[in-house]
Design a protein around this ligand. Structure first.
Ligand SMILES: NC(=O)C1=CN([C@@H]2O[C@H](COP(=O)(O)OP(=O)(O)OC[C@H]3O[C@@H](n4cnc5c(N)ncnc54)[C@H](OP(=O)(O)O)[C@@H]3O)[C@@H](O)[C@H]2O)C=CC1
Ligand SMILES: O=C1O[C@H](COP(=O)(O)O)[C@@H](O)[C@H](O)[C@H]1O
Length: 597
């Protein structure tokens, strides 16, 4: 345990609340068995709205994350250890950890990151490991606190134990790693509470305050919970646990609604408690290295941008496939289906970045303005331009791969698509007539996410006769492989060395693993860091979301109203045959199904 010289509790923490200000007691108390005597900390909407949005410049150097304009970190604060809870006659009072508070400069700031839904899959798999990676990279501020919040009962030690199982020494492979893990885990705490309970969030507030001391407190809430409880959690966190002197931001996980109406309703509900600039709607595909690189590729290389239009591009393909099925996530998935799970967000976001006009600057608002514009130029999808599928079981040797409806969490007879392909069009001067073909599926033959740009044929090509009968095969194709094995390659026609004039199709290949020794950060690392720094570029603004739903809502309604039966495809296959017919209608072959790299 680190040594702290103890000071007294701030008075507002120990003062019992007056009846009028006391939050309502929570109906059930599954996760929290001790009734707290707490000062009600109803900062409420007004205080929350008054917080300034900090526009901070990014610096990834050690301890260079500035959290509050003008903040000066002057004191080295020892790491806190377990927060002692003192129980007295049915009431809970919290004693200060042994923190030396007196040397903290008034201007010093801290960030408290609360993972709401800390006991869940995403928190364990992605959020805590990403926070640890940021810690190892010295990207977290000098003083920070991480708090897990969920209904499950857990002690700090149990949370630490749970987290430690998913932490890896990816960044710091040296012996330091164990030490780093210990240091990191000492900054992690847990609070058990309900998502709709003001009182439980007020307890959380008090705990956070004890760790924050007199520092300017900045608070980030990551809502890693099912969407039906987003609004409750935002209401309670903003009413009872918002920062009073720093910023408060909330990362909201997808899905953001099921269609235009429900998404607008969710946005309106969130905006009762938060300003738009406090809401960080996460789409983790925007945090992937090659997706972020799209803008660099387009706007910092002379050779691409002049070709980036209907004049030279024949079609664009956006492909997502997974070689596994729902495997236990069927309960969530069946409510949404692949169109909402992948197309309306991940693939459409990539499309918007790919097709948008040059933004005025790299500022978040300028980029998001351009994304909205291009999305609003897109025609809403209809069923004629779409194919849906669902995987069936498949035997391979002695192994049986299950059908989607074999998943116990999926209702029998479900018509939810696990595969979809669509042809989308952008009605603007740059892209009119160019098909943007999207394809997304689970339980397919491989796992990949890529963008394929197929260029037009060379007019009057002198070498046509040498290129074989299928000229489409011989057109240039730019492939941006987002995952796995990140790469950017350009297929060109080339002369095979030798005395005869023989051509083949080869690749100019930028293979990341060969070119860069540094490991690629996980998308959640980048996005968490951006949220801490107040950088909104990679988060979805509400008007972007509206534009995205406007494209997909008509077809989703059509599928549901007509109870369209998805075409079957075997687990591990290329997907429904109808997807080939859809592409063929536009004289396209799916690039991922051709032979080659
Ligand atoms: N898992 C993933 O890979 C991905 C998840 N997401 C999104 O992230 C969010 C979290 O996902 P994930 O971690 O998988 O979700 P989980 O189903 O694991 O739920 C997270 C936590 O929320 C609490 N919870 C679950 N169901 C309910 C309920 N009906 N009422 C109240 N509390 C509940 C549970 O904690 P407790 O019981 O302790 O309170 C649970 O541990 C979701 O919005 C999901 O769509 C997005 C991309 C990928
Ligand atoms: O958002 C989601 O993404 C994952 C795929 O993410 P990846 O980073 O592993 O490619 C997908 O499995 C899941 O169904 C979806 O909700």
């Amino acid at each position: 345990m680190a040594a702290f010289s103890a000071t007294h509790c701030p008075s507002h923490v120990t003062t019992p609340s007056s009846p009028s200000s006391r939050p309502r007691p929570c109906s059930s108390d599954r996760g929290h068995d001790r009734r707290a005597t707490l000062s009600s900390s109803i900062a409420g909407r007004l205080a929350l709205r008054a917080q300034p949005s900090s526009r901070l410049r990014r610096s990834r150097r050690a301890n260079a994350v500035r959290l509050h304009e003008g903040s000066v970190a002057t004191t080295i604060i020892p790491v806190e250890s377990e927060l002692p809870l003192k129980k007295s006659k049915g009431s809970l009072s919290l004693t200060l950890p042994e923190v030396e508070d007196v040397n903290i400069s008034e201007n010093e700031s801290t960030v408290s990151i609360t993972v709401v839904g800390a006991s869940g899959d995403l928190a364990k798999k992605k959020i805590f490991p990403a926070l640890f990676a940021l810690f190892c990279e010295d990207c977290l501020p000098k003083h920070f606190t991480i708090c897990g919040y969920a209904r499950s009962k857990m002690t700090d030690a149990e949370l630490r134990n749970m987290i430690s199982k998913s932490l890896t020494c990816r960044i710091d492979k040296s012996e330091n790693c164990e030490e780093k893990m210990d240091q990191f885990l000492k900054r992690c705490f847990y609070h058990s509470g309900h998502y709709d309970c003001l009182e439980n969030f007020a307890e959380l507030d008090m705990k956070l305050k004890l760790h924050e001391g007199r520092r300017i407190s900045n608070r980030l809430f990551y809502l890693s919970i099912p969407p039906n409880i987003f609004v409750d959690a935002v209401r309670c966190s903003s009413s009872s646990a918002a920062s009073r002197n720093g910023w408060t931001r909330v990362i909201v996980e997808k899905p953001f609604g099921r269609d235009s109406e429900s998404s607008a309703a969710l946005t309106n509900a969130l905006k009762q408690y938060l300003d738009e600039n406090q809401i960080f709607r996460i789409d983790h595909y925007l945090g992937k290295e090659l997706v972020e690189n799209l803008s660099v590729l387009r706007f910092s290389n002379l050779i691409f941008e002049p070709l980036w239009s209907r004049q030279y591009i024949r079609n664009v393909q956006l492909i997502f496939s997974e070689d596994f099925g729902t495997e236990g996530r069927g309960g969530y998935f069946d409510n949404y289906g692949i169109i909402r799970d992948i197309m309306q967000n991940h693939l459409l976001q990539i499309l918007a970045l790919f097709a948008m006009e040059t933004p005025v600057s790299l500022d978040a608002e300028d980029i998001r303005n351009e994304k909205v514009k291009v999305l609003r130029c897109m025609k809403p999808l209809h069923l004629d331009d779409m194919v849906i599928g669902q995987y069936t079981s498949h035997n391979e040797g002695s192994t049986t791969y299950p059908a989607y409806t074999d998943d116990k969490t999926v209702p029998k007879g479900s018509l939810t698509p696990t595969f979809a392909a669509a042809a989308l069009f952008i009605n603007n001067a740059r892209w009119e007539g160019v098909p943007f073909l999207m394809k997304a599926g689970k339980a397919l033959q491989d796992r990949r996410a890529e963008i394929r740009v197929q260029f037009r044929h060379v007019p009057g090509n002198l070498y046509n006769q040498k290129l074989g009968t299928d000229l489409n095969q011989a057109t240039n194709e730019l492939v941006i492989r987002v995952q796995p094995d990140e790469a950017i390659y350009l297929m060109i026609n080339n002369k095979v060395p030798g005395l005869e004039m023989k051509l083949d199709h080869s690749n100019l290949n930028l293979h990341y693993a060969a070119r860069y020794s540094k490991e690629i950060p996980d998308a959640y690392e980048r996005l968490l860091l951006d949220a801490i720094e107040g950088e909104r570029r990679l988060f979805i603004r509400s008007d972007e979301l509206d534009a995205a739903w406007a494209i997909f809502t008509p077809v989703l309604k059509e599928i549901e109203e007509k109870k369209t039966v998805p075409e079957s495809y075997p687990y591990g296959s290329q997907g429904p045959v109808a997807a080939h017919r859809l592409a063929a209608r536009y004289d396209v072959k799916w690039g991922d199904l051709r032979t080659g790299p």
